[in-house]
Ligand binder design. Structure first.
Ligand code: XMP
Length: 512
């Protein structure tokens, strides 16, 4: 396998991901425990990550020296290049010419790293982010590519199979980066690319077993893809040591709780407790119009209900969570913003400490699309895996103004019809997220011979890659007309439908 030595870069996981995509198993080891990790893993190759540190500073982290005497290939990236040079006898200085963002690289020499990707004399876009730079090479190294700000943009000691680059091959803004990393692990290190998601599943299962031993484990199943995949993995690993709890807060989509329970109990035979807490949640939310109060009330009640159920089971030692890698990065890079709020609900914030449980997070290294692939591997149906995201607070934040049972019921019906029309039109997979919103506004209409005075329903649909930015979906008008007609005809309480054409930013995807 490949050992990725992490010096604390925000994008270290992307290196792991690219190596996985090349079909090679890798393990990330923080620099603090690098020596133990190296001895334990006995890797066939090592990649040194970037870092927020400066290699020039006294006391900045270093790679264990034995990595360089083990006879295996080493690739240094950014800070990894600098520390490699410093440790092998070269020189690094604080850069006068800082380089951030897009840069162009001139390939000066043939190299095993560039084989079949970059020819000598060609020029390529790469992504740079560095202040320091190498100014003198260690013995045995030569420059294989330069950029305007970095005369040592890529260097190699082909004999010892040491390579180092100042740019970041792991990010998408270095279009050929994945191929360079593939060259390193396949051609240079000679590792076969036969590692798959099936192998990840095996590893994750073994890791869960090793962590929890004979301990008791619980999981908050939401019905979303992440918690479902995490629960299934844990179930495969430890069977009935795991109990899942699904809190139905009465704010789910039509039939959602029923369908999720049916699938997990019947298909997977998973020990699952369904808690019908709708009255408690809706009782507490009745008449509430403030979006933040809604969110906080739901978060607080969720923890209360979950904790009560867990106590009935006699407590637990571990809590399984479907935390993904982007959640891990966000929790490092942003504090206090809206994303932090999202997480505190989504990740059952506060519970592990209150109940003195340790966390089991088998998806921590994965991105959403990899979790979907793992879900497929675990036999989850495509219709489930491809479902649109659904927020923890559910329909409560799609019902602006005071919440009532009646309004939630109207909204649930309208939403189901809207999604049914989207599926029938074959548009579901082209849309990132689509839902109905029930406005706290009544307007006059005429139906049959009578005057009506009923609610307005807004339809929302967006395209997005990660939910951070989004564009409204450009339907054709016939589709919108069809959906509106059905909603008005079939849902009592709505006599007008409008379409939301706001992108994010300036809007958010949800209305509250
Ligand atoms: P916004 O509305 O902020 O939403 O543009 C971005 C994405 O996050 C989802 N979302 C949430 N998910 N708990 C969640 O689990 C929440 O409190 C929450 N709020 C928003 C939203 O549906 C969209 O996919």
């Amino acid at each position: 396998s490949v050992l990725i030595l992490d010096f604390g870069s925000q994008v270290t996981q992307l290196i792991a991901r690219r190596v996985r995509e090349a079909g090679v198993f890798s393990e990330i080891v923080p620099f603090q425990s690098a020596a133990e990790g190296f001895a334990r893993i006995k890797p066939k190759a090592v990649i040194l990550s970037g870092s927020p540190h400066s290699a020039v500073d006294i006391g900045s982290p270093r790679a264990p020296q034995e990595i360089f005497s083990a006879g295996i290939p080493v690739l240094g990236i950014c800070y990894g290049e600098q520390t490699m040079c410093a440790q092998l006898g070269g020189k690094v200085e604080s850069g006068h010419h800082r380089e951030f963002g897009r840069a162009f690289l001139d390939v000066k020499e043939k190299s095993a790293l560039f084989d079949g990707v970059w020819e000598r004399g060609s020029r390529h876009q790469v992504w740079m982010s560095h202040g320091d730079r190498v100014t003198a090479l260690p013995e045995g190294f030569k420059v294989i590519a330069t950029s305007e700000g970095a005369p040592y943009a890529a260097i190699a000691d082909e004999g010892r199979r040491f390579y180092a680059v100042q740019f970041h091959p792991e990010v998408v803004h270095t279009p050929d980066g994945a191929k360079l990393l593939s060259n390193f692990v396949h051609n240079i290190a000679g590792i076969k690319g036969d590692w798959t998601m099936a192998a990840y599943r095996e590893q994750a299962i073994n890791a869960i077993r090793a962590k929890v031993g004979s301990g008791k484990v619980i999981c908050a199943l939401s019905g979303g893809v992440d918690s479902s995949v995490a629960a299934l993995l844990a179930h495969e690993a430890i069977g009935d040591q795991l109990t899942c709890i699904l809190v139905d807060h009465g704010l789910m989509r039509k039939n959602e709780a029923r369908d999720v329970v049916a699938m997990f109990r019947e298909h997977y035979n998973l020990p699952l407790i369904l808690v019908d807490a709708a009255d408690r949640f809706i009782g507490a939310l009745e008449g509430e119009a403030d979006p933040e109060v809604k969110r906080k009330t739901i978060g607080r009640l969720f923890i209360e209900v979950f904790e009560e159920e867990a106590k009935k089971l006699g407590g637990a030692d571990f809590l399984v969570q479907g935390t993904l890698y982007p959640d891990v990065i966000e929790s490092v890079s942003f504090t206090g913003g809206p994303s932090a709020t999202i997480k505190s609900h989504h990740n059952v914030g506060g519970l592990p400490e209150r109940m003195n449980m340790q966390l089991v997070e088998p998806l921590r290294e994965l991105f959403k699309d990899e979790v979907r692939e793992l879900g497929r591997e675990l036999g989850l149906p495509d219709s489930f895996i491809g479902r649109h995201p659904f927020p923890g607070p559910g329909l409560a934040i799609r019902c602006p103004g005071g919440i009532t049972r009646e309004k939630l019921e109207i909204l649930r019906e309208a939403d189901a019809i809207y999604l049914d029309e989207i599926r029938k039109a074959g548009l579901y997979d082209a849309i990132w997220q689509a839902f109905a919103v029930l406005l706290p506004v009544q307007t006059v209409g005429v139906m049959g011979d009578g005057r009506t005075y009923e609610f307005v329903c807004a339809l929302r649909a967006v395209t997005s890659v990660d939910g951070m930015t989004a564009d409204f979906y450009h339907y054709d008008m016939d589709f919108l007309g069809r959906a509106a007609t059905r909603i008005i005809n079939e849902v009592r309480g709505i006599n007008r439908v409008v379409y939301d054409v706001t992108s994010k930013p300036p809007g958010t995807i949800e209305w509250e």
